[in-house]
Write a protein that binds this ligand. Structure first.
Ligand code: DAH
Length: 340
């Protein structure tokens, strides 16, 4: 190969390589092979001295052109690669995905779901009713006569409707009446839902809260079935160590009426701050459905009997988890929510 042929061979190689240079590493390889002092081009420049005089002008011109091409190609490629660097973020598609943050159900919903599951396992269905309720279902059909002082137990938000008969339900008990109106016995249902009371907000009470109502109507239902069902619930929900007791109470829509207490979860019954020294925590109201309520809902009280119960979800969750202020359940502070 004479000198000119060597220049042409190198020129072919360089022209073939340039289009394939797409990474800084390939570009650097190109520079080290061709453009440094010990590279291919400089080697030819140095051996130009030995070329016969008559070949020199042509060979020299070709070599110069090649050198210029290689240098320009180099700086052009370098510039392109530098420009791209800014917006090409290397993506490794084999990397595992970052963990997405997942939300979860609120502790009130969790508690309501857990109670619902327990009663569902005892054969209760789940029913619902309206939150904007009429006076009849919320009070009157439940044996709260107009102007009866028992209405004062439940401070009510009234709706500003022309007839003055709508309100925000103060408890889930009106759904008892609605279920009996639309369904014939046997009835065994629970009603989870939101209720409203016009009360001053404090650590113990909030204007919105949740209840679960229970209702069972059939022939021959008696108080011991009520006790057995609630006892079984308390065992599953509060744990087997807990003991329950029933105390006489009063509700207009049940007769007789009772309240159920469980052994204080904190002190185990010895008496402490949470149970105010009594060793007991009051968790629900219950009783045998008043014959007047059955009759109001179109069920024959001579043939059928039944029981009802109702409990507050917030209170239940607060007792179970040792929460001492109901308001934090509604503030949605992530530090609280994440604990459940
Ligand atoms: N509705 C009552 C309240 O909100 C709770 C209650 C008591 C419900 C006794 C019942 C019951 O079904 O039998 O205070």
């Amino acid at each position: 190969m004479n000198f000119l042929e060597q220049v042409i061979a190198l020129s072919r190689e360089i022209h073939a390589t340039v289009p394939s240079i797409q990474t800084p590493e390939l570009l650097e390889e190109f520079r080290l092979r061709h453009l440094v002092r010990k590279g291919t081009i400089q080697a030819l420049v140095e051996s130009l001295r030995t070329v016969p005089a008559e070949e020199k002008p042509v060979a020299g011109k070709e070599l110069n052109a090649l050198k210029q091409y290689a240098e320009e190609a180099y700086s052009q490629l370098k510039q392109n690669l530098d420009d791209n660097k800014a917006d090409v973020v290397p993506v490794d598609i084999t990397l595992p995905a970052r963990n997405a943050e997942r939300g979860h159900l609120h502790v009130i919903t969790q508690t309501m779901d857990e109670i619902t599951r327990i009663f569902a396992s005892l054969g209760f269905t789940v029913e619902e009713g309206p939150e904007i309720e009429d006076d009849y279902h919320n009070f009157e059909a439940l044996n709260f006569p107009p102007d009866h002082p028992a209405r004062d137990m439940q401070d009510t938000f009234h709706i500003n409707d022309p007839a003055g008969k709508y309100l925000l339900r103060t408890h889930t008990s009106p759904v008892q009446v609605r279920v009996m109106e639309r369904q014939k016995p046997p009835i065994r249902c629970i009603v989870p839902g939101r209720v409203y009371r016009n009360e001053a907000i404090s650590a113990r009470s909030y204007s919105i809260f949740h209840q679960i109502e229970g209702l069972a109507i059939d022939e021959g239902i008696n108080f011991s079935e009520l006790q057995g069902t609630l006892f079984s619930f308390a065992k599953q929900f509060y744990g087997a160590e807990g003991v329950v007791r029933f105390r006489p109470s009063f509700f207009p829509f049940t007769e007789p009426s009772a309240e159920m207490d469980v052994t204080c979860y904190l002190c185990g019954g010895k008496g402490c701050r949470v149970c105010k020294g009594s060793g007991w925590l009051e968790i629900l109201g219950c009783g045998m459905v008043h014959p007047k309520v059955l009759a109001n809902a179109g069920i024959d009280p001579e043939r059928y009997t039944g029981y009802a119960f109702g409990m507050g979800i917030e209170r239940t969750a607060m007792l179970k988890y040792g929460i001492d202020d109901i308001r934090i359940l509604y503030e949605n502070d992530l530090r609280v929510l994440r604990q459940f």
